[in-house]
Design a protein around this ligand. Sequence first.
Ligand code: SF4
Length: 245
Amino acid sequence: MSLEAKISQLKVLLGQIEREFSPAAFATSFGAEDMVLLDLIAREFSGIQVFTLDTGRLPKETLALMEVSLVRYGKPFHVFKPRPEAVENYVNTLGANAFYESIENRKACCHIRKVEPLGRALTDRRAWLTGLRREQAASRAALAHQENDATHGLIKFNPLLDWTNDDVWTYIRANDVPYNALHDRGYPSIGCEPCTRAVKAGEDPRAGRWWWESEAGKKECGLHVDETKAAAIPQYSNISIKVTL
Ligand code: SF4
């Protein structure tokens, strides 16, 4: 399918989500895929809200892109931060960088700084959107365009699931979309500063995330787990939204 056709279908889907799943919210981490969605949502689908999770450990390049995006699009986005007392407890008990010491410590940090704030961000929403793509990781290969997010009790849309890396960058360049400066320095996937590094040519796109861990295919922070597939979406089964991406 051509990129033009993918963009057309994406617009149809975003329009349906805006009309039929309000309030819907787009979760952006300001990665390349998310900038494609932000560009479209800010310009044409203003009924879809936008939020981001500021973990307190983001690289300065990501923070700079937040500012640039605000100026460029003029669309306010909600910023959710971890609960200060939870961060304080973690740092005082385990140490600020205890995530290097064990997967357990790493997941605890991700829970405090990402998972718990995500739960607050999704409260009272009917749907949320992500920029996940199948190509990004083996753990994302089986994702569906539309999923029942049982954890948060709403529908999750992954509208860029079938987009290729080339699709994303062709869109960005054709539309002069701002992007994270780290992408030009070998970072295909960008998370928190202490947990992300550049990858070498030919390496898995997510090899730079939690690189000290050896659990191949499981490098997720807990934001995208516990979902059953699109086949069962009982609470919205009367809505005939058709995902054809
Ligand atoms: S990516 Fe690293 S710093 Fe960020 S929340 Fe997870 S463990 Fe903590």
